[in-house]
Design a protein around this ligand. Sequence first.
Ligand SMILES: [Ca+2]
Length: 125
Amino acid sequence: MSVEVLDGATIRDFVEDVQAFNGLVDGRFVTLDVDHDGLLSYSEMMKELMSLRVLETHFGFDVVETSPDEIALIYHSLFLQFDHDRSGYVDKEEFRAETKKMMLAMANGLGVLARSDGLGGRQSP
Ligand SMILES: [Ca+2]
């Protein structure tokens, strides 16, 4: 999926399409679950968390001056957001729920961004 071509409304439509959304998220889950135990550990989630950071840089968050320690903290807090029951692992339900929440937040954020500064586009790295 290329997120770059999606706008807020497109993301919301996609997230509301439960079958398509769960299909995509479950596929992503299986890809991340390298040891196939049905759970995502912190190290397995790192790949996903790093892609979220990539999204943030696209949407205007400045990570250039963020230290490695701070980035580790950000990853850890992101992981805890997914790990609802604090088991140390993210199961498929948690992954679905949090991915949905993040995509909706992203959709809403794009809407706000487009209204507040009139740009709406992403910045080049
Ligand atoms: Ca696993």
